[in-house]
Design a protein around this ligand. Structure first.
Ligand code: SAM
Ligand code: SF4
Length: 330
């Protein structure tokens, strides 16, 4: 089947599939205080998700990331990993998780074919972390989850959303964690997709600020950027252990070589995180459409992909709140 190409010539190679909008945490930068979940019958079944991934793979999408909500709150998600990783042409399946259930599932996920996990860890101070995610007593459990993932042989990365006045004093602590363990730590700029619409640009700590601040403590060098990567990576000159990534979605986005397509838990295709446009696959999946009809629908949806947040910024327009992050998967 022909590749998935958008109206600007960008080719889709990666899919982010949200398996649920539900979550056991309540991170304020992602989730409203009182979330309204999608009704169960609106959520794609594992068979439906696997079919969509098979069709995407036939159009050249080779890397799949499962996200949410919290993917590990969906029962049997290791079975989904197994089905997706056995699809020909799918070269790697990864997951973004809050890590709470990893100590239970890491080994099972690894044997199901998961290659890597990105664990969101926004603070190394237990009390602060628990304040951010909205639950007490969960920090140690997430840390055990990270250890379990490493023991299971998964490639592990850490994501920390950096918010001014909240956790921007912990950059060196995170860098030390990376230098001690070899785990890549990625700092993400706060995006306007919080649950209560409280985002403003003053709360964004830019990638440039993050790197400048780390340069006061370390000699860093920038690594070559892989096409389509959301992050810029830096190594430490004095050691080969550890790596820092910065995801500059707000200050310096890489829309021009974006190679991602997103599918929400309810089967809506979201060509770009910063656009309201969504294209509902579910009626086709549930009304007997052929693979070719579904592929044509996805092709049409992807063709409409918005040029990206880069264009808004070039026009001096800040993006507005589109949807809370838990409904689409970061
Ligand atoms: N529950 C999982 C987790 O937290 O890793 C997966 C879903 S979460 C929506 C995916 C990623 O988006 C996480 O790394 C999370 O920290 C990030 N995220 C959530 N809200 C964000 C925001 N407003 N700005 C930037 N990143 C955000
Ligand atoms: Fe849940 Fe992840 Fe959103 Fe936090 S960032 S509320 S863990 S979906």
């Amino acid at each position: 089947m022909a590749r998935l190409v958008d109206g600007y010539g960008r080719v889709a190679r990666k899919a982010r599939i949200s398996v649920t909008d539900r979550c056991n945490f309540r991170c304020s930068f992602c989730m409203p205080k009182e979330p309204v979940w999608l009704p169960q019958e609106e959520i794609l079944s594992f068979e439906e998700i696997t079919r969509v991934v098979r069709i995407l793979a036939s159009m050249g999408v080779s890397r799949v990331r499962l996200t949410g909500g919290e993917p590990l709150v969906r029962k049997g998600v290791d079975e989904l990993v197994k089905s997706i990783s056995s699809i020909p042409r799918v070269e790697g399946v990864s997951m973004t998780t809050n890590g709470f259930y990893l100590s239970i599932f890491a080994a099972r996920l690894a044997s199901a074919g998961l290659r890597s996990v990105t664990v969101s860890l926004h603070s190394l101070k237990p009390e602060r972390f628990e304040e951010v995610v909205g639950f007490k007593g969960v920090f140690n459990r997430v840390m055990s989850g990270i250890k379990a993932a490493l023991n299971a042989g998964l490639n592990v990365k850490i994501n920390a959303v950096i918010i001014r006045g909240c956790n921007d004093d912990e950059l060196v602590d995170f860098a030390e964690l990376s230098r001690r363990t070899g785990i890549t730590v990625r700092f993400i700029e706060f995006m306007p997709f919080d649950g209560e619409r409280l985002w403003n640009y003053d709360k964004v700590v830019t990638a440039k600020e993050i790197i400048e601040s780390l340069l006061e403590s370390y000699e860093l060098y920038q690594k070559p950027r892989e096409a389509g990567s959301t992050a810029k990576y830096f190594g430490f000159r004095d050691t080969e252990v550890g790596e820092i990534g910065v995801i500059s979605s707000m200050s310096d986005p890489f829309c021009s070589d974006c190679d991602r397509i997103r599918i929400k838990a309810d089967g809506k295709v979201v060509p770009c995180l910063f656009s309201r446009d969504e294209y509902d696959l579910k009626p086709l999946l549930r009304n007997g459409a052929s693979d070719q009809q579904i592929a044509d629908f996805i092709k049409h949806a992807f063709k409409q992909k918005f040029s990206g947040v880069e264009t808004l910024l070039m026009r001096n327009k800040m993006p507005s709140h589109v949807r809370p992050m838990h409904t689409v998967g970061g």
